[in-house]
Design a protein around this ligand. Structure first.
Ligand code: G4P
Length: 521
């Protein structure tokens, strides 16, 4: 089979949701329907329980489990499906943002009772910014929830979606009897004995279902027909239209309909932008990038697993590839592929696939690999952390270990580090307070370094484009606001504001300086 065919058979996507909406359950059911696992419960939940905020080791253990669930691959019909796991917990939102650089589309899961929640809003924003095609699964229709129309309204208003319903529930909660395939005008009942019938025969002969449900269904269907646009493939690919599905992951309802539709319409691996040029997956030469690094929590095996998304060409085990940032040739002798919930060594891989490679601390998130060409993929920016603290070395004899540990943990993307221009003090910035404990624990157990933290009044980090900003204003800023100026780990200049007010004032006063909310501009 040629490369083009192989690419067209691959679908790499992420499932995103607010915690508890049913992402893990849906993932598992997709695997069950795909025949990749035989029983429910085989996929370990990667979710971090809310109660565990103080027990960070427990969290790391749970994250350890997630190595095997970071990528779940299975074959369905003629396609190879790769599901990339995205933590729902907001303290690990950076992880999810980065994983979204490696997907070709997403499925958003919504809890019908809770509607659009905070984390969903944030993640959808990122997907839209990156023009990632989106499908929506409204879950838990077996529970008393909102009226489906209210949910559709909420999705349109809060997420600015242009919806195209593909399925619709036959009743909600106690009344939930099945799913209607709007494209085929068929009803698929939850009760196996009733199975599938034509929608028309249900409406004209309602002996099977309560009349009240049929009446309200009739009204709803008329509205759907009148209000919502029909699916349009190119609009979906451009993120201008979002197909929406209803169902219950727990009760296997509406899943196979969505899976069949997904396999038919979701995009295969596409082109990817690099600093130098746009890379086409069909190019013969291999290229790829690291979007996730997973540390081994076992101190006896200090290696890490880096996840590479293959962008173009054919990847071959034991070939020499060029590590662009390290300017070195590297051989991957035991790359892993992921099938269902297992991982195994593979010889070849293709665009869209994810491979896991072991390393001992040479790789960083965002690193690119090629067959020699200088390719630096873009689209893995850092966003401003939400919590900042000074990090203090508690054992002066171990300062080397501390600095190595901090650097490696930052390369893994656990948090961000900044160095104040004024006095060289190190600041750690995290998305959730949890990571401070994780960093402290890991520095001690993996690097033998002891640290503590000191509070600092910073609210937001803003990156400054040093090259294109006005030089005179920059000089003034460095003098007058010196206590706010720092460098990130890549030596980029960052303004660390103590309040939104300071930031706004500074931007107004230094209007020829280019401030950015993310590290890539
Ligand atoms: P997450 O990964 O998005 O965080 O959610 P997860 O799948 O773990 O689901 C969260 C809870 O919602 C689970 O219950 C799960 O069983 C339940 N759930 C998922 N889909 C449905 C559905 O379609 N209908 C109903 N009624 N419930 C659903 P839990 O009690 O928190 O966990 P568990 O003890 O069942 O694992």
């Amino acid at each position: 089979m040629n490369l083009k065919k192989k690419i067209n058979l691959r679908r790499t996507f992420g499932i995103i949701s607010h915690p508890d909406a049913g992402k893990t359950t849906l993932t598992e059911k997709l695997l069950l329907f795909g025949g990749a696992i035989n029983e429910a419960g085989a996929v370990k939940s990667n979710k971090i329980k809310k109660t565990a905020t103080s027990d960070f080791m427990e969290i790391e253990k749970q994250r350890g489990i997630s190595v095997s669930t970071s990528v779940l691959s299975f074959n369905y019909l003629d396609k190879k499906i790769n599901i990339l796991d995205t933590p729902g917990h907001k303290d690990f939102a950076e992880d999810t943002f980065r994983t979204l650089t490696a997907v070709d589309s997403v499925i958003v899961v919504i809890d019908i009772a809770k509607g659009v929640e905070e984390q969903t809003e944030k993640l959808v924003k990122v997907c839209k910014m990156r023009k990632i095609p989106i499908m929506i699964f409204v879950n838990k229709c077996d529970r008393e929830g909102k009226d489906p129309f209210d949910i559709l309204d909420e999705l349109e208003n809060k997420l600015e979606f242009n919806l195209s319903p593909v399925t619709y529930p036959l009743g909600i909660g106690y009344d939930f009897n099945g799913i209607i395939d709007l494209l085929k005008s068929e009803v698929i009942f939850n009760n196996d004995k009733l199975k599938k019938i034509e929608l028309g025969s249900l409406i004209n002969n309602s002996s099977k279902i309560n009349e009240r449900i049929i009446k309200s269904l009739n009204d709803d269907l008329e509205l759907i027909d009148g209000i919502y646009p029909k699916f349009n493939y190119s609009k979906y690919l451009n993120c201008e239209i979002q197909p929406v599905f209803f169902g219950s992951a727990l009760h296997n309802s509406g899943i196979s309909l969505m899976l069949d539709y997904f396999v038919k319409y979701s995009p295969p691996p596409g082109k990817k932008e690099a600093v130098e040029r746009i890379i086409d997956p069909e190019e013969e030469k291999f290229s790829g990038f690291i979007f996730k690094i997973h540390a081994n929590m076992d101190p006896k095996h200090r290696d890490r697993l880096s996840f590479i998304k293959i962008v173009s060409g054919e990847f071959k085990r034991n070939n020499m590839y060029y590590h662009v940032r390290g300017k070195k040739k590297i051989r991957f002798s035991s790359p892993n592929s992921f099938f269902a919930d297992k991982k195994e060594i593979i010889d070849k891989s293709y665009p869209g696939d994810i491979i896991g490679v072991h390393d001992t601390g040479n790789f960083k998130i965002g690193d690119s690999f090629s067959e020699g060409e200088q390719i630096e993929f873009i689209g893995i920016p850092s966003f401003s952390p939400e919590h900042f603290r000074y990090i203090i070395n508690n054992d002066p004899l171990k300062s080397k270990q501390l600095s190595k540990g901090i650097n490696q943990l930052m390369d893994e993307g656990v948090a961000q580090s900044f160095t104040l221009k004024l006095n060289g003090r190190k600041i750690i910035g995290t998305v959730g307070v949890l990571q401070f404990d994780v960093i402290k624990y890991r520095l001690q157990h993996e690097y033998g370094a002891k640290c503590s933290y000191e509070n600092i009044n910073i609210r937001k980090a803003c990156w400054i484009d040093e090259i294109n900003s006005d030089k005179k204003q920059l000089q003034e800023l460095f003098v007058h606001k010196s206590k706010f100026i720092a460098f990130d780990k890549d030596k980029k200049v960052v303004f660390l504001a103590d309040s939104d007010f300071t930031l706004m004032n500074t931007k107004q006063k230094y209007d020829k300086i280019l401030f950015y909310e993310k590290s890539e501009f």
